[in-house]
Design a protein around this ligand. Sequence first.
Ligand code: PMV
Length: 343
Amino acid sequence: MAGRVAARAHTNIALIKYWGKRDEALYLPTSTSLSLTLSSLYTDTRVSFDDDAFEDVLLLDGQIQDAASTAKVTRVVNLFRERYGVGSAAPRVRVESHNHVPTAAGLASSSSGFAALATALRALFEERYPDAPRMSDTELSTFARRGSGSATRSIFGGFVEWAYGTGSEDSVAVPVDDAQWDVAMVLVALSTQKKKISSTYGMKHTADTSAFYPLWREVSERDLDDVRAGIRERDIDRVGAAMEANCMKFHATMFAANPPFTYLTSRSLAVIEYIQELRAHEGLSVYYTMDAGPNVKVLCRRSEQQRVHELLEERFPDVTLFDAVAGPAPRTLTEKEWEELYG
Ligand code: PMV
């Protein structure tokens, strides 16, 4: 009988950014990053062995995906085939994925996507090959990493670091804090269009050409220390200030690339300005960060989230807002849950 397993993984937003690979094949980062896993944005993925098929198949929201997207999935599946000692003898895999995140809009759907894929594949391979050594969550994060760097951090809930590490085995996700305190996010989706410059290309171009890039690791580590201290003290203002500082340095590396580029738009800047205004005049603990897209993610107190949401809605009535609190680690879904959701 063909095995079949489904899993759900949540997206994460980086407070300290990952921006560059020191090893492109192994997806080893040039610096340690730190993120918050989010409750309301996630990917559900079901994987099954197809003993008769010749190729892996990928369906996203019911649509069969092209060869390039399927190849990225196959690359990860092959690592599992190797890890479970079955190499190319293992049957092909069918992957069905449903995104509850606007895909590729800088809302980090690749993080939840590859984390859900890796979680489901671990369960599938363990079921089929029970004699192979068990895989810990820490090891699992190295498999998610090989799909997309940011997916490493979605293997745990709350605040999570992705360690620089000395090599492939210890460049892993490390849970830092469950974030079950007065912290939340409001995501301001200014555009749900697919981004023009992929993060893979953007980070490579920046690392290769930016005059500011040689400073990136060092300045990022200082911001990281500050965010860590803020989390330890449960001081959202300290966390938020260091997050903003890191975000602006991250975007500055792109302004200094050759040729220069930016993911920010005039609308991103308008939201930033408004966040600064809310902080100065409304006394709210609100802080912004942006990734490889124009959307702004606002860190705020959970106790002030509703007010922040309302104020943003009033000022920017045509944008979509998503509220989130700290999300959990991935989990497998039962057959019944899957059927109820996707039929
Ligand atoms: O792993 P990728 O390709 O999704 O790259 C993510 C890069 C940023 O989102 C910009 C930063 C981060 O650490 O998530």
